[in-house]
Design a protein around this ligand. Structure first.
Ligand code: PGA
Length: 236
């Protein structure tokens, strides 16, 4: 079974998010795919009432979001709407909202405490990629985000090279497979009940099947292509 995660970012309005959720809800439950969508956080309240709430992910939540915290989204607000998954550390949260691996570590702990399944995003810049330091960089990210002393339950890790997100560029298939294998090897030093390693960054209709066929890839995290019904219907 492979995870298919749709990150709708802020591309869609409520009506459009409902339309796509409707298409997803009609896709027969399959043994091959588990589809989760991450609509704009603003829409969870409405969507979780109309569709299965446990098929939605939050795009983010705030640390200390409860109380005197104007404009925040607290993790409890997700839980009361029965949201089951949350993205953590997406590159756009890192670049637009100053999120770093230490904050991501705290969010990971909080999501686990609250039984929300985290989809943790990591990935290197073009500079790091070009200087062939990707593995070293990802290893350092993992070390800051995960603790060896902790027993992790169900975790999804998304490898998303920053230079690939929204650019139409992707690493070669062999590189994707090699990095996901590398990640699964380093994660053996940590305790996970279940870990799934996904690839994200410019996944679209023309490359999705090749990526999903890679041995060490447990699924994909898809941004702009997932706002298109023809992409969603691929998983029918
Ligand atoms: P993209 O985005 O598929 O549009 O490149 C992926 C992501 O940001 O998760």
């Amino acid at each position: 079974m492979k995870y298919i995660i749709f990150n709708w970012k802020s591309y869609l309005n409520l009506k459009e998010s409902e339309n796509l959720s409707n298409i997803i809800s009609k896709i027969k439950k399959s043994k091959n795919y588990k589809i989760i969508s991450a609509p704009n956080n603003f829409f969870h309240l409405s969507l979780s009432k109309k569709f299965k709430a446990n098929t939605f992910a939050a795009q983010n939540f705030d640390l200390d979001g409860r109380g005197a915290s104007t404009g925040s989204l607290d993790i409890s607000h997700l839980i009361e709407n029965n949201i089951k998954y949350t993205l953590i550390g997406h590159s756009e949260m890192r670049s637009n909202h100053g999120e770093n691996d230490k904050i991501i570590h705290k969010k990971l702990e909080l999501s686990i405490e609250n039984k929300l399944i985290p989809i943790v995003c990591i990935g290197e810049s073009l500079k790091v990629y070009k200087s062939k330091k990707t593995k070293n960089f990802l290893n350092n990210q993992i070390k800051t985000i995960f603790k060896k002393s902790h027993m992790y339950e169900d975790i999804i890790l998304a490898y998303e090279p920053l230079w690939s997100i929204g650019t139409g560029l992707t690493p070669d298939l062999s590189e994707i497979n090699e990095i996901c294998k590398f990640l699964s090897n380093i994660l053996k030093k940590y305790s996970f009940k279940k870990i799934n390693i996904l690839y994200g960054g410019s996944v679209n209709l023309s490359n999705v099947s090749d990526i999903l066929n890679l041995q060490f890839v447990d699924g994909v995290l898809v941004g702009s292509a997932s706002t298109n019904s023809s992409f969603i219907n691929y998983f029918k």
